[in-house]
Design a protein around this ligand. Structure first.
Ligand code: GLY
Length: 336
């Protein structure tokens, strides 16, 4: 590999390497546990990236689109694996973006009560976020990612060569998440080359996951910018990809934090500048219903009153309960 790095996710006996670099996918065979005899490769036909797991393998293609991120797809995979004869001593390799690693990882977590999975993340979003950290799952008609499991992979492969064919929209999606990392401790990512940006984001994610694997606390900072992003995605009809929605959500979170006296105007401006640097929009899409959006924030409401936002402040980014609809409305007007 020309330019390579290995980031370890330290989770005791479930620790694993994230191998980053041009051509990293050619390391795959050595990253699969030695005792594995067969590998089920899960991918989508449009991805078109071939991998060599170094043992008997068969490819299982899943459909594209959120609609296929379902229990039905997981059932189909498990049934096809059973017919092929995949055993509990075998493994899964998921080759694709976040949808493939979420679905393939979840199917691996339940097949024979759990078999090893290696993720080959082929999108920027997948490499810096979805494939690392063990969150897997599928949607229900009632909501996104409502059924899933924490199932840590045995290894993650992030090959920059697989990013070359990514459509521009997919780049935007990844850059929205990258902008997030800049505010949660990855340092200034502007001016770094792509390899260094990806490695910095993965290092931070690995540290956060090692400190709080099951999101009891610290891992929530990975949701910076996501409260508004999720509301925009749930409301739908705005033609926004996840990372594009996160970019808007970052600037919104800054506007909320400023109104709470947690940060100053310069820091809000820095949020806008970073999002602009990553060539993303930070204004609300036309037609957003302000009151409807605030109601969607409340959907997550559990025992506490108000909405838990992740907000910047003197101690860095942390979860904060906000129970002031007028403030939330004012901050939304500010990003129109
Ligand atoms: N994508 C957020 C997390 O892994 O916790």
């Amino acid at each position: 590999m020309a330019l390579s790095a290995v980031v370890d996710v330290e989770l005791g006996d479930r620790s694993y390497p994230v191998v980053v670099g041009a051509g990293a996918r050619h390391e795959l065979a050595s990253l699969i546990p030695g005792e594995v005899a067969r590998v089920a490769v899960v991918t989508q036909t449009e991805i078109g990236i071939e991998v060599d797991p170094g043992r008997a393998s068969r490819t299982f293609a899943i459909p594209r689109g959120e609609g296929a991120k379902s229990l039905a797809t997981v059932e189909n995979l498990c049934r096809e694996w059973a017919r092929w004869g995949l055993t509990r001593r075998d493994a899964v390799v998921a080759v694709g973006g976040g949808m493939v690693t979420d679905v393939g990882g979840f199917a691996a977590s339940v097949y024979h009560r759990g078999i090893p999975v290696v993720h080959v993340a082929t999108t920027l979003l997948g490499q810096i976020d979805a494939a690392v950290g063990g969150k897997t799952g599928v949607n229900l008609p009632e909501g996104k990612n409502l059924v899933g499991a924490f199932w840590q992979p045995t290894a993650v492969v992030c090959d920059s060569e697989t990013l070359q064919s990514m459509p521009s929209r997919e780049w935007r999606c990844g850059r929205g998440e990258m902008a997030k990392y800049q505010f949660i401790g990855a340092g200034d990512l502007r001016g770094l080359d792509l390899h260094e940006q990806v490695v910095r984001c993965i290092r931070l994610k690995a540290d956060v996951v090692a400190a709080d694997e099951r999101e009891g606390g610290a891992r929530a900072i990975l949701n910076y910018g996501h409260t508004l992003a999720h509301a925009l995605e749930i409301a739908g009809g705005f033609d926004l990809r996840h990372g594009e929605a996160v970019a808007i959500g970052l600037v919104y979170a800054a506007e909320v934090a400023r109104r709470l006296g947690r940060i100053d105007d310069d820091r809000v401006q820095e949020h806008r500048a970073v999002v602009e640097h990553f060539e993303l929009d930070h204004r609300l899409p036309a037609g957003v219903d302000i009151d409807g959006t605030i109601m969607l924030f409340g959907r997550d409401k559990k025992a506490v009153a108000g909405t838990t936002f992740v907000l910047d402040g003197p101690n860095g980014v942390e979860p904060v309960v906000v129970d002031d609809d007028a403030l939330l409305r004012d901050a939304l007007e500010a990003i129109r």
